[in-house]
Design a protein. Structure first.
Length: 137
């Protein structure tokens, strides 16, 4: 599976509500003809999305890649700790959950953390570093 062409789209009409902002990427895979994968939020929250990290897409497409036995190649940056955690821990959990899945290789162009010009929350960052931090808040 190849994941590439990460970008934002603004003011996308949404049948059931307000205009949406989308973080979107292209995918090439054998198991589906779908060629785009996206997450959306109401346009008023568009500033929370960042097009500099593929973290959310790696997390969302991991299970299908393991189920259909396709390695993941990302033509962009992800969080190094996320790749480490998926490669060393998360895949083992998925394998225990479903015996028809297979371990996969993950190749990325580079590593970085999702960033924004001003300090605020980031809508597509996901390091998977610790659940305890979430429990404290």
């Amino acid at each position: 599976m190849k994941i590439y062409n990460l970008h934002l789209e603004h003011n996308v009409n949404f049948k059931y509500g307000k205009p949406q902002a989308r973080i979107i990427c292209s995918i090439d895979t054998k198991f589906t003809d779908v060629r785009e994968f996206w997450f959306s939020v109401n346009e008023e929250y568009a500033s929370l999305l960042t097009p500099d990290s593929y973290d959310a897409f790696l997390v969302a497409l991991l299970y299908p890649a393991m189920f259909y036995h396709e390695d993941i190649e990302i033509e962009g940056n992800v969080t190094k700790k996320l790749v480490h955690n998926i490669s060393h821990y998360i895949q083992s959990i998925v394998l225990d959950y479903n015996k028809t899945t297979r371990p996969i290789k993950i190749r990325v162009k580079g590593y970085n953390h999702a960033t924004k010009a001003q300090p605020q929350h980031v809508g597509t960052g996901f390091s998977g570093e610790t659940v305890r931090e979430l429990q404290r808040s």
